[in-house]
Design a protein around this ligand. Structure first.
Ligand code: C5P
Ligand code: C5P
Length: 475
């Protein structure tokens, strides 16, 4: 049997257990991570629970820790379903929580057997959970196993993959098990794909806004700055108006699009970006056909960004409501949150770049942001900085920020070529954090940790040394 067949088979005991609990009238607790992938996972699971008439409650959480586990123990539900986290916490979960547990995750798992836990993860079957399927995909296949009619949740299944940047195939496409979800969505007439300039709102948004609103790729001087984008378009001779209507990217002629692409490439090169960042300008555009034309939900990546913004700006409930289909009040609030998120990222990037805060160490880049950058967006900022290709040496970036509960949040982002050379930042975060009394994990390319504040220096030294050791071992 293939890896993916083994993965699909592993879902069946979990979906059977869930159905049994619904039929018994059990109280089911859904607990999900609070980023785009976690919230779209939660949206899928809550939709299934509603459709089955289950008795349930859902919450989204920044992290899975002892405090959360203790809270859940007190609530004492009959079944707990964790989504987008859990794989690394089997031991602490099983020590305290004695009811039935289902974990639907895609992070680096730990090896641990517990009678009351059904652990569904692509990583247990040789499928790459960092690139080929996200937690929302795992939840989507779980939903389909519950009821084939849940195929109409396919766009939510893709949303987590886009939010987690799994679009790293040719021309920024999704691949692996994500392609199966994509095909389901196309077959159900919910999804359209085409290749073009990657900016948000391809069909609908005025071009300057499309450029300014897009955070990946992050174009120095233009991203987050609409007036600079207008001036840029004028300078390269692109007419932004057609009559009294502001043109969208889809309204440009082929020549104008070519001109725009080459002007943007030149601008990025002269701003210090490398060729891989320029390649990010063109890619596969995922249009969610059932969403209103002029909303940020129409483009899969922007939808992912909107939900990520809700999670990372402390409004996960709003993101969850949008995933669950609220296109009224929650949508209005989510758009405000997204606008605030863009400003937060732009300010954080300005702070890092203006103050020259990226310190180059022997084997890693380091940013110690203290309270200058919110711990929930430090990872996004690190990803943007590395993605621009302005940092010339091929080193992972490790960034730290204070948390509200007096700890230190660590976010790290690697590079594909370092992963190919054997570097797994999730393993390094786990090892280096545990050595200083914290905890960490994640994926090979993007990972994180929580550690005591006074252990920052020791932790960074450990990471530096572990990166060196791993890369030397693979040379
Ligand atoms: O918790 P989770 O797996 O959902 O988050 C993965 C994180 O890694 C996301 O914030 C995503 O943007 C980031 N990522 C990245 N570069 C990649 C792949 C993922 O920064 N190539
Ligand atoms: O928060 P950030 O986006 O930097 O997280 C990067 C990745 O590391 C995410 O997939 C997140 O779930 C994971 N992570 C983890 N354990 C931690 C912190 C982050 O697995 N303690």
């Amino acid at each position: 049997m293939s890896n993916s067949d083994n993965f699909f088979n592993s879902i069946i005991p979990a979906s059977n257990l869930f159905t049994n609990h619904v039929e018994k009238g059990s109280y089911i607790r859904l607990v999900t991570h609070n980023d785009a992938d976690g919230l779209s996972s939660g949206g899928i699971l809550a939709a299934c629970a509603v459709r089955m008439g289950a008795r349930f409650k859902i919450s989204s959480e920044k992290k899975l820790d002892e405090k959360l586990i203790a809270r859940l123990a007190e609530e004492s539900p009959d079944l707990i379903v964790f989504s987008d986290f859990g794989s690394a916490y089997l031991e602490s979960i099983s020590e305290t929580l004695k009811q039935d547990i289902i974990i639907l995750d895609h992070h680096m798992p730990v090896e641990y057997e517990a009678n009351n836990i059904i652990h569904v993860s692509p990583m247990l079957h040789g499928v790459d959970g960092a690139r080929e399927i996200a937690a929302s995909g795992v939840c989507y296949f779980f939903a389909k196993a519950l009821d084939p009619a849940n195929v109409n949740l396919a766009c939510l299944g893709l949303l987590g993959a886009l939010g987690d940047q799994q679009d790293s195939g040719e021309r920024k496409s999704l691949f692996g098990l994500n392609s199966i979800i994509e095909q389901d969505a196309i077959d159900k007439n919910m999804l359209k794909k085409h290749v073009g300039l990657i900016f948000y709102g391809y069909e609908t948004r005025p071009i300057a806004k499309a450029i300014a609103y897009t955070t990946l790729p992050y174009i120095p001087g233009l991203s987050g700055n609409e007036s600079n984008s207008v001036a840029f378009l004028k300078e390269i001779g692109i007419e932004i108006l057609e009559g009294d209507k502001l043109k969208a990217l889809a309204d440009l002629t082929d020549d104008e699009r070519t001109n725009l692409f080459s002007a943007l490439s030149n601008h990025m090169v002269s701003s210090g970006c490398d060729s891989s960042a320029i390649h990010q300008l063109i890619g596969t555009i995922y249009t969610f056909k059932l969403e209103e034309q002029s909303t940020p939900l129409r483009g899969g990546r922007e939808f992912g960004s909107l939900i990520n913004a809700c999670g990372r700006m402390g409004k996960p409930g709003v993101g969850l409501s949008v995933c669950l289909g609220d296109r009224g009040d929650a949508m209005i609030e989510a758009q405000e949150v997204l606008a605030g998120y863009r400003i937060t990222i732009a300010k954080a990037l300005d702070w890092v770049q203006m103050q020259d805060k990226v310190e180059e160490q022997e084997h890693i880049y380091v940013i110690t942001a203290e309270n200058k950058v919110n711990d929930t967006v430090i990872g996004v900022v690190s990803g943007v900085l590395l993605g621009q290709g302005i940092l010339k040496a091929k080193k992972p970036i490790v960034a730290t920020a204070f948390t509200e509960d007096d700890q230190l949040k660590v976010s790290t982002r690697g590079l594909d070529e370092l992963v190919k050379a054997g570097l797994h930042m999730g393993i390094i975060m786990q090892e280096a954090a545990e050595a200083v009394g914290g905890g960490g994990g994640g994926h090979d390319i993007a990972a994180g940790a929580y550690i005591p504040r006074n252990k920052e220096r020791e932790f960074l030294e450990n990471v530096n040394r572990l990166v060196e050791k791993t890369l030397n071992a693979y040379e």
